[in-house]
Design a protein around this ligand. Structure first.
Ligand code: NAP
Ligand code: 8YV
Length: 320
């Protein structure tokens, strides 16, 4: 008998095919009455596959009596109540490392798009300004830039390595200093923001990092400074960010994530110094294939061997 799996959120055709081979699949989007599902077919569900965006709604997490494992398609799992899952002995897995390069590259793309005014220059051609006014205004370089990285884990360190190719001067802030790092550590985020030209945010989301980037940090970054957020919208005080951009106390913002996705404050639209992307940090065919494979492999291995490849740290103790 194949184990039963509930699929929450959008998955790739490759993942769907792999799930269909190994599991009896239920699709959350096709369930019209969740209470009837929980008291009926849901009783046999032993596994959930979900995304970093969708997480697991509380009634499902608490309501499925035989749930054993949740496999998250994404490294960030702030949308899943991991402590509630761990208390019930439910293992949660995620997809670390396979997306480090992609997300790091996305952050540098946003940094470059801000500094080299990519969309302003594109518009310069479309509007006919190049013909009418001649050469476009000069922009700023990222070569040799002083960059602070907030969150110096798998992705943060990958960003640092990639920025070394641009001769950037790199510092970082996290709760723990890394003795093996060649980069300057700041114990105080506002102090680092005051010393750098650009700040790239790449911590996890959730309560512990909520609004770490606040009005003071944005002011310290200053009118020439650039904020890039590829972490979670919750890490930045979005209202303070909008005000800082409107008042010119912050120079540029490159944003992939937002506090109330998919809602993006309209005050940030059509500004020459703001670049917006819809949470596409890892969203390439290649990287999503690797993430999808890991999401599937964690589930398949769990039911074949009782082990998984990439548990979240809070569930490490549940591995046999
Ligand atoms: P990771 O390896 O766990 O690194 C997280 C880093 O954040 C660590 O350096 C950690 O250091 C630091 N940190 C955690 N809490 C902090 C706090 N309160 N104050 C300061 N620093 C703190 O995670 P990762 O694999 O690099 O991924 C990071 C996050 O990126 C994910 O959780 C996800 O939210 C986000 N992400 C976004 C996208 C996207 O599409 N935009 C894609 C992938 C990931 P300490 O523990 O020493 O503080
Ligand atoms: C994805 C992400 O957008 O991995 C993460 O934490 O934010 C992204 O890679 C998402 O998780 C895909 O569901």
């Amino acid at each position: 008998m194949k184990p039963e799996l509930l699929i929450i959120g959008k998955i790739t055709p490759r993942m769907a095919a792999a799930f269909d081979t190994a599991f009896i699949c239920h699709h959350h989007e096709e369930i019209t009455d969740i209470d009837s599902f929980i008291s009926g077919a849901g009783k046999a569900v032993q596994a959930i596959a979900t995304t970093g965006h969708d997480g697991v709604p509380a009634p499902i997490l608490t309501g499925l009596p035989d749930l054993k494992i949740i496999s998250c398609y994404g490294v960030g799992y702030d949308a899943i109540d991991v402590s509630a899952a761990a208390k019930r002995g439910i293992l949660v897995t995620h997809t670390p490392n396979v997306l480090n390069d992609e997300v790091a590259t996305t952050s540098i793309m946003l940094l470059m798009a801000c500094y080299r005014q990519l969309f302003v220059n594109y518009e310069y051609i479309l509007s006919g300004d190049w013909v009418k006014k001649g050469e476009a205004p000069l922009t700023r370089t990222i070569d040799g830039l002083s960059v602070g990285i907030l969150g110096y884990g798998r992705i943060g360190q990958t960003i640092a390595r990639k920025l070394e190719a641009f001769n950037c001067r790199i510092s970082y802030h996290a709760r723990t200093e890394r003795s093996d790092s060649p980069h300057r550590y700041y114990g105080d985020l506002t102090e680092m923001a005051g010393d750098v030209q650009a700040l790239i945010v790449i911590t996890p989301g959730g309560a512990a990092t909520k609004h770490l980037v606040n009005k003071e940090v944005l002011e310290a970054l200053g009118p020439q400074g650039c904020l890039v957020n590829v972490a979670r919208g919750s890490v930045v005080d979005e209202a303070a960010l909008v005000t800082a951009i409107q008042q010119g106390t912050l120079g540029y913002a490159g944003l992939d994530v937002f506090e109330k996705e998919p809602q993006v404050p309209e005050a940030l639209f059509n500004l020459p110094n703001v670049v917006l992307t819809p949470h596409i940090g890892s969203a390439t065919v290649e990287t999503r294939q690797a993430m999808g494979d890991l999401t599937v492999d964690n589930l398949v291995q769990f039911f074949e061997k009782g082990t998984v490849l990439t548990p979240v740290p809070e569930c490490q103790h549940l591995i046999k």
